[in-house]
Design a protein around this ligand. Structure first.
Ligand SMILES: [Zn+2]
Length: 89
């Protein structure tokens, strides 16, 4: 099943809301939070799906990167975390 109504999150949208990006490596579970503004300056109003190809894991060099807005760091409630949310063990 596919949901056609899901809109990809864009960098401009994140900057407006002062949300950073939470970056997760699928390969080794290395993760960190990166500021969105420099990415927005560099890549424009790209979606996070476009930007994730620019990332590479600093720890294992893997390219299986998962991105999502850093809701928790920004103090957003858990209620807005999407089904794509994935928390470290
Ligand atoms: Zn890794």
């Amino acid at each position: 099943m596919r949901k056609a109504s899901v809109k990809p999150v864009r960098l401009g949208w994140l900057v407006e809301r002062r949300l950073n990006l939470w970056v997760w490596c699928e390969g080794c579970s290395h993760h960190k939070v990166v500021p969105t503004e420099p990415l927005h300056e560099k890549f424009g109003n790209a979606t996070i799906y476009e930007v994730k190809h620019k990332f590479r894991c600093a720890q294992c060099g893997g390219r299986e990167i998962f991105l999502r807005p850093d809701w928790h760091g920004a103090g957003w409630t858990r209620g807005v975390v999407s089904k794509h949310d994935k928390l470290p063990e």
